[in-house]
Design a protein around this ligand. Structure first.
Ligand code: ADP
Ligand code: MG
Length: 671
């Protein structure tokens, strides 16, 4: 079949965009397929053209009424026969759509997923099999994501009735795990997998570790450079957005944009930005949906975003015109804590949810009345109800009433969702902390392994000499010596966890300096760093970092010039100003000898351990053994992945005590 001719005749496009043709061929031939491409890449065409090529009716399942209406209108405007069935339409129109479908006079029938739960509806569809089934926004079927739609769950049971039509699942955002989930739940048979288009060749990404107090000043300075604006700065909270916008407003035309502003204000900010009357928008995540401004030169993240997906979506707004653009991500250990507290706030304990579930019945009841009985304020109750609704356990009506639909199924789904959110956080942290080609890492995150094999050539890893948000310098004589020690230590083993390498190499540098050295070795291609994960007993993904020597690294250890550049300190931060730690030596028990700073940490850990053990009514060694406590004090792990690298710390310990131990190591109070 000449798909190109059909494309031109039906849609008036001159040709296929990248990757569209291969997908269209597979689906036209009757293959199941999963298509993952970024928003705006042109996924819809990949079901629309095969639908026409296969003749008959395409059934399109779409979770958002607005999207459905938009697609249907566009197709109708091209003279195609289209009908929709969703809750926003009069009943008569739905009946008419069913009639037309059974007549075979439709080319496209769009339906909302909840329709498939209406008794008799799937059977009606099955009376005349569709020529093709498209499931748009297919990630909504996965209970792991935040867009989870319980209604999508019923798809897996219904689709077999409608076979043998090929099924095409489409989404802009699915990690390999979610991709697998989609395939399983929709029952795709030997699907072709298309993951494309995530690489952005004009985007230079820089990741900079920087303490919070320095960030505002840095951002202002960065945006001052010619060509740095127009810019979007993403701030972690409404208040932070307001404050930063005010500060930047002293030098540039800048405004805040967030959900706390009046719609009219938001509208005018958006318009001013689009019309080039505003140079900088400081936004929370609420900004940028549907923003189509081609010449954004910089996107700065003033804090770590909650997931790699969010980060990718947000930096994706830079450089749409194809001209060079830059993305700068600022982060530090403190960001993890903030995200963890967000998670604690947004995901109430299972017991709290349970308490509410036990109060609910199948009858509608005003949510208001529940507060008192559940002993919860309105905000907490709403959060609980929100989570229950997301799991399909309750129905929230527009009149403020709530009723129970299923009091049992929510538990496992909720736990999975929370574990997934935590894993997302670990992944963005690993992304920020691992020296690697930034673009390749993003592309790989979405499962495009072929695309990930090419380095971008202009991120802070590929081209440190061209970095604009940070400086890199030649190593000092001391650093040079330590670098060689690290290479030689690795030369024997080939690879180790980074924590092992730190202790085994016995260099004089402390952990933060060690990380800088490692980063420099990785940039120079002498070692590779990778994020590894394992799943613990509770199904939680735990990350750790592996460092492996490359052939170049083996050779370099014995040559005069290493060719390594090291990140120059951004600031005299607390950790960097600390006196150099004495190297960790081991006594005959294999327990580390400690420097004064480490001893101080050790005594704080000891006090904390005593406290925890007393509260649990257990002996102290039950919390941490003496040897492990010393190992922790020697390594000073500030993050969970670092903690996991400490000998004697397993996932169970890290889960139970990790937050407290890391806080103590960062010099903070244990939570
Ligand atoms: P996605 O679903 O991937 O976010 P859409 O399918 O909505 O993206 O397509 C985005 C835009 O690209 C639409 O306006 C569509 O008409 C246009 N488009 C898609 N394919 C082509 C093509 N081959 N040539 C020109 N424009 C195209
Ligand atoms: Mg789409």
């Amino acid at each position: 079949m000449n798909l190109l001719a059909l494309l031109q005749a039906t849609f008036g496009f001159s040709g296929f965009r990248e990757n569209q043709e291969a997908v269209c061929r597979a689906v036209t031939a009757g293959r199941d397929a999963l298509l993952v491409m970024p928003t705006g890449a042109g996924k819809s065409l990949c079901y629309q053209l095969p639908a026409i090529a296969r003749s008959g009716t395409a059934l399109v399942i779409s979770p958002l009424i607005a999207l459905m209406d938009d697609q249907a209108a566009k197709l109708a405007a091209r003279g195609l026969h289209v009908a929709r069935i969703h809750s926003g339409l009069p009943r008569e129109q739905a009946r008419e759509a069913c009639r037309a479908y059974l007549d075979g006079s439709l080319q496209f029938l769009f339906i909302a997923p909840e329709r498939l739960r209406v008794p008799g509806f799937p059977e009606m569809l099955a009376r005349r099999k569709p020529a093709l089934i498209a499931v748009d926004e297919a990630h909504c079927i996965s209970g792991w994501g935040h867009d989870f739609r319980p209604d999508y769950r019923s798809l897996g049971g219904v689709l077999p009735l409608l076979r043998p039509a090929p099924i095409l699942a489409l989404t802009a955002t699915a990690t390999p795990a979610v991709q697998q989930d989609i395939v399983t739940q929709l029952g795709l048979e030997q699907p072709e997998l298309f993951v494309h288009g995530f690489r952005r060749d004009n985007l230079a990404i820089e990741v900079v570790e920087m303490s919070k107090p320095r960030r505002a000043e840095f951002i202002q300075q960065f945006l001052r450079a010619p060509g740095a604006r127009p810019a979007i700065v993403y701030a972690p909270s409404r208040r932070a957005a307001d404050e930063l916008a005010q500060q930047l407003g002293g030098e540039f035309s800048a405004s805040a944009y967030h959900a706390g502003l009046e719609p009219a204000v938001r509208e005018s900010v958006q318009r001013a930005f689009l019309e080039h009357k505003l140079e900088v928008v400081v936004a929370t995540i609420a900004f940028g949906m549907g923003i189509d401004k081609a010449n954004i030169r910089t996107v700065i993240h003033a804090a770590l975003p909650g997931s790699v997906e969010a980060f990718y979506q947000e930096i994706g707004r830079a450089g749409r015109d194809g001209q060079p653009a830059r993305a700068v991500l600022l982060h530090s250990f403190a960001d993890r804590k903030i995200h963890e507290s967000f998670l604690d706030r947004d995901y109430p304990p299972v017991e709290d949810i349970d308490r509410v579930v036990r109060l609910l019945t199948a009858d509608c009841e005003p949510a208001e009345l529940l507060c008192e009985r559940a002993r919860m304020d309105r905000e907490s109750l709403d959060r609980v109800l929100d989570k229950l609704a997301a799991q399909g356990a309750v129905q929230l009506a527009l009149d403020g009433t709530v009723r129970l639909v299923d009091g049992f199924g929510w538990r496992s789904g909720y736990k999975v969702q929370l574990a997934y959110r935590r894993a997302e956080l670990e992944k963005i942290i690993a992304f920020a902390e691992t020296a690697q080609c930034r673009m390749a890492a993003l592309v790989r995150h979405f499962g495009d392994h072929a695309g990930a094999s090419r380095l971008c050539g202009h991120c802070d890893f590929c081209a440190p000499e061209k970095a604009q948000a940070q400086r890199f310098a030649e190593p000092t004589a001391d650093q040079e010596r330590d670098l060689r020690v690290l290479l030689r230590t690795l030369d024997e083993a080939g690879s180790k966890s980074t924590g092992r390498l730190f202790t085994d190499s016995r260099i004089a540098a402390g952990r933060p300096e060690f990380d800088v050295l490692l980063d420099g070795l990785a940039r120079a291609g002498l070692v590779t760093l990778s994020s590894e994960t394992f799943t613990n007993d509770e199904g939680r993904e735990i990350g750790w970092r592996k460092v492996a020597i490359t052939p170049e690294g083996r050779a370099a250890a014995f040559t005069p010039a290493l060719g390594v550049l090291l990140a120059a300190a951004q600031e005299p931060s607390a950790t960097r100003a600390r006196p150099k730690k004495k190297s960790v030596r081991r006594n005959h028990d294999g327990i580390a000898d400690l420097s004064p700073a480490q001893e101080e940490l050790e005594s704080r850990l000891r006090a904390w351990r005593k406290d925890v053990a007393a509260r649990a009514g257990k002996p102290a060694f039950f919390v941490l053994s003496e040897a492990v406590l010393k190992n922790v004090a020697a390594a000073g792990p500030q993050t969970i992945p670092q903690l996991l690298e400490v000998s004697g710390i397993g996932p169970a310990k890290a889960d139970t005590y990790g937050a407290s131990i890391c806080a103590l190591c960062r010099g903070e109070q244990a939570p």
